[in-house]
Design a protein around this ligand. Structure first.
Ligand code: ARG
Length: 583
């Protein structure tokens, strides 16, 4: 569907032309004085210079040419603005078209295109912690936003499953249980199907090994060797690795599922490994990688750089691959397997330089075409109320699971206390509200900014919060349920000013989603639904909906809130949460 601004701009341009002026002066914008009008055109002011005529005269001439049926108000005011209010009929027709169109008439600009969204990055054998929360929440939402615009989206978890941490675990395990068959080089039998450790043990082994590495040089050296042997395919080590992967991935899946975060691709750094040798050779052969202090690096600085961009390290002096190597090889793998048109990365903002280097190197090496859209969104830190990075009470890193549990417990108490639902539904309703509180609390902030995690604020049922949005949807659902079948009811002309405000807010849906996509800003989706929910609630308070005696009028109210509900639900779907039936 064409956007309202485009429709009325085209009509304004025609009016300029018919009044004898150049059409290009007819650009219409959303009013910056909503108390006076909804839209405005300032073109007469610029036209005045060219036509040597008072701007107000031009504005009046043009206003006369506009089709009165489109507007309830056309006002040429000093010094030469044309102020506009849309007519009831215009709004009614536009909303009815939105109501019946696929995607509410929003053009699927991404149809036929594939985008890989890389927003996981957890390291296996380490529990997910709150550092993984923002990438999961923001990434899932950005992926869903792209999907709304018709893109084929591939969320890629990009597991950290290949580095030194694996060698550390293997070495520590060997010290603890040296007699396991995995460590016997002469072993030729099948390896056991069950792992020699539980998940809890594994989560204890890793930090222990990591601490030992720092103080015990011999241990560190052994871990390096083990990593190398694992990567070279030593069967016993590969078998341990499989065990670690299985336990860890099952646990991650469970936690991500709880967050309603789902990855289409569960590949990891290990899957990029086979692509490294040929890629490195290619960079070397074409002279794109040069030797520097024993390492191979790709110079990526550009003349226009305002700050220094160091070379991208491809191979370390000891011959090993590093973080950047893996990211480049992963691109090779993705281009081959997924044939994407874009790639989007969501990580902590502190990785910005890494991605700048990797993107430049990828383009230099032709891994992706020079104009291929590669985007890195670096998010800010989640802080505690003290303004410092969020910590547990004893100063440790908080597990993601713990954070979710705390929020759930907090919300459950409210649900129980306010007797919101029957006992059998407490858990399901609590889970939905808690997720909305957590995600909206994060997503309503600009992703690049730091924010303060404030449970009281996020879980409040009033204010700019997830639960408030859910509450609005639930309120509409309950009215609709009492009314009966409503899906077929057509939109009517606004019956009161609150209906008109609500209708105007609905028309902003498409443009708001487009800006959100363009700026990769789920916070704009939040801002939009907050405004829309405000209009719904205002309308609800000022209008007798179910008690309206005029059936025709009532049907119009119902159609309008029905459309608002569908749009609100679509938006929270993009944000990655959903509404309960009762609240
Ligand atoms: N595993 C990495 C870490 O723990 C994050 C990976 C982010 N994604 C990427 N493609 N580099 O820091």
């Amino acid at each position: 569907m064409e956007k309202i601004l485009d429709i009325i701009t085209a009509k304004m341009q025609k009016a300029f032309e018919e009044a004898g002026y150049d059409a290009s002066f007819g650009r219409v914008t959303v009013s910056n004085r909503p108390d006076l009008c909804e839209y405005q055109c300032n073109g007469a002011l610029s036209a005045a210079k060219q036509y040597k005529c008072a701007p107000i005269q031009i504005a009046k001439n043009v206003a006369e040419k506009l089709d009165a049926a489109d507007y309830s108000m056309v006002d040429a005011v000093m010094p030469g603005f044309i102020n506009l209010k849309l007519s009831d009929a215009f709004l009614q027709n536009y909303l009815e078209e939105m109501r019946t169109a696929e995607n509410f008439g929003v053009v699927k600009s991404g149809e036929g295109k594939t985008i890989v969204v890389d927003y996981g990055g957890p390291n296996v054998a380490k529990p997910l912690h709150i550092g993984h929360l923002r990438s999961a929440i923001i990434g899932e939402s950005i992926k869903r936003l792209y999907k709304f615009f018709g893109y084929n989206t591939i969320g890629d978890i990009h597991l950290g499953d290949w580095g030194l941490q694996m060698g550390l675990i293997i070495t520590e395990l060997q010290e603890r249980q040296p007699d396991l068959c995995y460590f016997d080089p002469g072993y030729t039998g099948e390896y056991p199907a069950e792992p020699p450790f539980t998940l809890a043990e594994l989560e204890e082994i890793y930090p222990a090994a990591s601490a030992k590495k720092k103080v015990d040089e011999a241990f560190a050296e052994k871990a390096h060797v083990a990593t190398f042997e694992l990567q070279s395919g030593r069967p016993g080590y590969r078998a341990i690795w499989q065990h670690i992967m299985k336990l860890s991935v099952a646990d991650m899946t469970r936690i991500y599922d709880n967050l309603d975060v789902h990855f289409e691709s569960w590949l990891g750094e290990s899957d990029a490994d086979p692509f490294i040798p040929a890629m490195v050779e290619d960079f070397k052969a074409r002279g794109l990688a040069v030797q520097s202090e024993g390492a191979w690096v790709i110079p990526v600085a550009e003349e226009t750089d305002k700050k220094e961009v160091p070379p991208c390290i491809l191979v370390k002096s000891d011959g090993s691959a590093i973080y950047a190597t893996t990211d480049l090889a992963t691109m090779v793998q993705r281009m081959q397997d997924f044939k994407p048109d874009e790639m989007f990365y969501i990580t902590d903002g502190r990785q910005s330089l890494h991605f700048e280097q990797v993107f430049r190197a990828a383009k230099k090496g032709g891994i992706v075409p020079a104009d291929f859209p590669l985007t890195h969104l670096g998010f800010g830190t989640m802080n505690g109320k003290d303004g410092k990075p969020f910590k547990t009470r004893d100063g440790g890193v908080m597990r993601l699971e713990q954070l979710i549990a705390d929020m759930t417990e907090f919300v459950r108490a409210k649900v129980v206390e306010n007797k919101i639902v029957e006992e059998s539904e407490v858990e399901a309703t609590t889970a939905k509200i808690a997720l909305a509180a957590l995600k909206y609390g994060d997503l309503s902030n600009q992703p690049t900014k730091n924010y303060v995690f404030d449970m009281d604020k996020f879980a409040a049922f009033e204010g700019n919060t997830g639960p408030y949005i859910l509450y609005t949807i639930v309120r509409i659902k309950s009215i609709l349920a009492k009314y009966g079948a409503w899906e077929h009811l057509p939109i009517q002309a606004p019956a009161n000013p609150y209906a008109k405000d609500l209708m105007l807010a609905i028309t902003k849906f498409g443009p708001s989603m487009e800006t959100a996509l363009k700026s990769a800003a789920p916070n704009l989706v939040c801002a939009y639904i907050y405004e829309l929910a405000g209009c719904v609630n205002k309308f609800y308070h000022e209008t007798r909906i179910l008690t309206e005696e005029n059936e025709e009028l009532k049907a119009g109210y119902i159609a309008l809130i029905g459309l608002a509900k569908r749009i609100l639900e679509t938006c929270i779907g993009i944000l990655g949460f959903s509404a309960p039936e009762k609240m």
